[in-house]
Design a protein around this ligand. Structure first.
Ligand code: ADP
Ligand code: MG
Length: 207
């Protein structure tokens, strides 16, 4: 019996998601390192909006890193990936929420070309809205790993990313930076610069 000469076994899509500080980058780095131990050829990318720590690596808040190339857009990603694609078995992308919806057909194409694609990205914004292409990528995935962080108020599992506003009332003592992880109970939707939304919420809670 004849089989088509070009038959390619489809690859798989894995999505690692959850709020900030939930360990998405750690988990992505862990999977990429294991793939390399298995002698698979890995290519890793991140959008250039996220320049924390490194330009040439993805990094976790716990200082773990993995070499990565910074891309400005999905078009840019395609332009750097396709010339080396024949030599690549595993494609990692961190902070995928910052890429446009054009990443969705690209990922679908890579799956059909037999690649293993591992994506890390936020599922929700700090306003608890679906974040960019991530929800659709989760729907397409073979495997979704939804991680939780630790709520910085109570220590329970946190699914939200809280943006810390200007106003003192809701800024938790000891909080550093602009964002922190919060559980459903302690998450409050974003406060604008003037704090008006926050004040409105506080006022409503008082009634
Ligand atoms: P993500 O990519 O999801 O933002 P990282 O992989 O960069 O997460 O970082 C996870 C690490 O962040 C944890 O292993 C821990 O060392 C640290 N960390 C800091 N704050 C928290 C928190 N609130 N909950 C969990 N981990 C935290
Ligand atoms: Mg990360």
């Amino acid at each position: 019996m004849q089989t088509p000469a070009q038959a390619i076994v489809p690859g798989v899509l894995e999505v690692i998601t959850g709020p900030m500080f939930s360990g998405k980058s750690e988990e992505l780095i862990r999977r990429l390192k294991r793939a390399r131990i298995a002698r698979q050829r890995v290519a890793c990318y991140k959008p250039d909006i996220d320049l924390r720590y490194h330009r040439t690596a993805i990094a976790s808040h716990s200082q773990q890193t993995h070499d990565a190339q910074t891309v400005r857009s999905v078009e840019d990603l395609r332009a750097v990936l396709f010339p080396i694609l024949a030599d690549v078995e595993v494609v990692g992308i961190d902070e995928v929420q910052f890429l446009s919806a054009e990443v969705i057909p690209l990922v679908a194409e890579l799956i059909m070309l037999g690649k293993r694609i591992i994506l890390g990205g936020l599922d929700m914004t700090f306003e608890a809205e679906p974040f960019g292409p991530v929800p659709q990528l989760m729907a397409m995935a073979d495997k979704v790993t939804k991680l939780s962080a630790v709520c910085m108020v109570c220590g329970q599992p946190a699914i939200h990313t809280q943006r810390l506003g200007q106003s003192q009332e809701l800024v938790v003592v000891g909080a550093t930076g602009l964002y922190e992880a919060r559980c459903r109970t302690h998450f409050t939707p974003h406060v604008d610069e003037s704090g008006s939304e926050q004040l409105e919420l506080v006022a409503r809670a008082d009634v």
